[in-house]
Design a protein around this ligand. Structure first.
Ligand code: GAR
Length: 189
């Protein structure tokens, strides 16, 4: 069995779908959910699903990303993860952290990468007059929102879409795509 740790910053709807997917003949199991926000809704949901949680509040660390990440790594490595999934984790990670989990860290990003790296992806896609949007699951490498693409899902942009309506439709696709890509990745290890 592969051991999966998941990092969230918010509500954790993708994390819930990942955890729910890892049953039966799935080659992986969730072992830990962590957050940089002690108030993250995802931590409550993980606890309700019986998955151990931790939080390392990034704020007391100020600009010292390395010290913040050392604490994250301490918690994560105690659970001996084979795979680390970022699921709406909204802190930029240093090359040192990424190197530590290289080859075993996945992320979901709400755009059709390589388009719209970073924040406000849906607003930017609408402003640019795109006819489609979507989401991408990729391996994490040192460049922001870069790294080998494992899969994408596409959503047509409808007349009258706002960043919110578009985000809601893309999120439905994220919930399908991420569990499917995690399963394939776990099978490949
Ligand atoms: C998701 O849409 C995810 O793609 C996005 O944050 C949301 C988290 O929702 N991630 C990023 O923007 C990463 N830069 P969730 O907490 O309900 O899974």
């Amino acid at each position: 069995m592969k051991r999966v740790a998941i990092l969230v910053s918010g509500g954790g709807s993708n994390m819930v779908r990942l955890v729910e997917s890892m049953t039966g003949d799935h080659p992986a199991r969730p072992v830990l959910v962590g957050s940089n926000d002690p108030q993250a809704g995802g931590l409550v949901k993980a606890t309700e699903m019986g998955v151990p949680t931790f939080a390392v509040d990034h704020r007391p660390f100020g600009k010292d990303r390395a010290a913040f990440e050392a604490e994250l790594i301490r918690h994560l490595d105690a659970a001996q993860p084979d795979i680390l999934c970022l699921a709406g984790f909204m802190r930029i990670l240093t090359p040192g952290f990424i190197r530590h989990y290289e080859g075993r860290m996945l992320n979901i990003h709400p755009s059709l990468l390589p388009k719209y790296k970073g924040l406000h992806t849906h607003a930017r896609a609408l402003e640019a007059g795109e006819t489609e949007a979507g989401c991408t699951v990729h391996e994490v490498t040192a460049e922001l929102d870069d790294g080998p693409i494992l899969g994408q899902a596409r959503v047509a942009i409808e007349p009258g879409d706002t960043p919110e309506t578009l985000a809601a439709r893309v999120l439905v696709q994220e919930h399908q795509l991420y569990p499917a890509m995690l399963r394939r990745f776990a099978e490949s290890l």
